[in-house]
Design a protein around this ligand. Structure first.
Ligand code: IPD
Ligand code: CA
Ligand code: CA
Length: 255
């Protein structure tokens, strides 16, 4: 499965690197963007995945109209995670996929077309980056590098709730980053480059693939109550090494 998914993601990701006049549209509000390339990439992945597993349903961020039956496999796809980075030419975006059943990710991949990094995990079988096993770091909280995202929740509520968590990381960790792609940030945690990730309001296609990759790499991923994040609707996210998660969970619960 790793090889066929890599091929499909390489094909679909290739055209993002080509010169193109982007058509940019606002979605629900003026801060949420979608481009013609999000839609085209999703269509390419949908076609490729239908050839790989014809029996699976397909849900994509830009088209959630399919309804998987109970027990049916379905693909959950974010065709471009980091759309604003893409629009701004920042080369920090990826294609993210989870193959799920009844709300649980069984297999996941995240592909960055700008550097060819391909993260892959299968439930119970570990996580890899370009075919090599990866593991979360063993850094202490003090030595850790945290990352965060701003998301699409209500901005006043987001800053009120997440502000104190950023403050805690900023004061007590090595550093705090915001890369603009939740999935890449989660994969960086899985690969031991980062140590934790926090976001207040985030959607399942932004975290189901990355969460499986983190767990298979020895990390922990929950919402701010310490529960499994929702497989269908907006939720909070706290993911990281076991020690990062342990340090931040009580603060998240209080926020
Ligand atoms: C967004 C990015 C961002 C995160 C948001 C996501 P999009 O995804 O992952 O880093 O903070 O919550 O919605 O809109 O670029 O696919
Ligand atoms: Ca996303
Ligand atoms: Ca997206």
């Amino acid at each position: 499965m790793r090889e066929v998914l890599l091929k499909a993601n390489r094909e679909a990701g290739k055209h993002l690197l080509e010169p193109h006049t982007l058509k940019i549209h606002e979605k629900s509000d003026l801060f949420a963007l979608v481009t013609d390339m999000d839609v085209r990439t999703q269509e390419m992945l949908r076609d490729a995945y239908a050839r790989i597993l014809p029996e699976a349903a397909f849900l994509g961020e830009e088209d959630m109209s399919d309804t998987p039956a109970p027990g049916q496999l379905y693909w959950l796809v974010d065709p471009i995670d980091g759309t604003k980075n893409f629009v701004h030419g920042l080369m920090q975006s990826c294609l993210a996929t989870a193959l799920c059943k009844d709300g649980e990710a069984l297999l996941a991949c995240v592909y960055n077309p700008w550097n060819g990094e391909f993260y892959f995990a299968e439930k119970g079988k570990g996580a890899t980056l370009n075919g090599r096993p990866i593991h979360v770091s063993h850094r202490s909280f003090q030595d850790s590098m945290a990352a965060t995202g701003q998301g699409y929740g209500n901005r006043e509520e987001t800053i009120r709730r997440i502000g104190p968590l950023w403050e805690h990381c900023y004061i007590h960790c090595r550093g705090l980053r915001a890369f603009g792609s939740a999935e890449l940030s989660l994969c960086y945690v899985a690969a031991g480059r980062l140590d934790g990730y926090l976001e207040q309001a985030i959607m399942p296609w932004d975290y189901l693939p990355g969460n499986l990759i983190i767990r298979e790499a020895g990390g922990v991923a929950t919402n701010w109550k310490g529960e499994l994040p929702s497989p269908i609707g907006m939720d909070s996210l706290l993911a990281g090494t076991p020690s990062f998660h342990k340090e931040m969970l009580p603060l998240c619960k209080d926020s």
